[in-house]
Design a protein around this ligand. Sequence first.
Ligand code: MN
Length: 197
Amino acid sequence: MKLELPELPYASDALEPHISAETFSYHHGKHHNTYVNKGNELLADAGVDADNLEDLVKACKKKGGPLFNNVAQHYNHDFFWKSMAPNAGGKPSGDVAKKIDQDFGSFDEFKKAFVDGGATQFGSGWVWLVSDGGKLKVVKTANADTPLTDGATPLAVCDVWEHAYYLDYQNRRPDFLNAFVDNLLNWDFVNENLSKA
Ligand code: MN
C-alpha cells in the first residue's frame, strides 16, 4: 500500500489561536508531507505490505530504521490531526468520561498526567491516551515510536516535537499541552476509538 497525505479534518486556521495556520502550513504541508514521500520511497524497495495503515506500521516495526520512522510518523501525524477539533477539549462526555474517573480518579488527574507526560518527554516524541488491557493510561513515546506496536489501542495523541508548537509557543511546551487538553482534544474521536478497543 502507498501512503497518502490526508487532508486536515478542519480548515488550517480553524484551531487558532491555539495552533496557527502558519504552524499547519509547515507541520502538515512540509513535515508530514516529507514523511509520506520518504515513506513511499522506502516502501518501494522494502518488501513490506499490509491492508491498512495500522498493520503496515506493525510490519515496518520489525524492519526498524528509516522505514519504520517514516511510516510510523505518517500514522502518528494522521492520528494527531484527528485527535483535535475546533471548540473541543475540556471535560469529556460519553463513555470516556466514566473511564477517566475510574482509571485516573478525576478529569483533573488525567489532565495532570497528560500534560506532565508531554512536558517530561525529553527531546522529540509524543504523549498518548491509550487503552491497555481495558485500562486507560497516559504513555509517552520517543521520536517515531507509537504504542500501537506495544499492543495498546491509541485513543488520542499530542505531538511534542518542537516543530508542533515552536512558532506559536516557542519553548513553552506545557502551555501548548494545556491548550491541547483544554481547547482542542477531540473527545468524539476518543469515544469512537474507545468503542473499538
Ligand atoms: Mn510532528
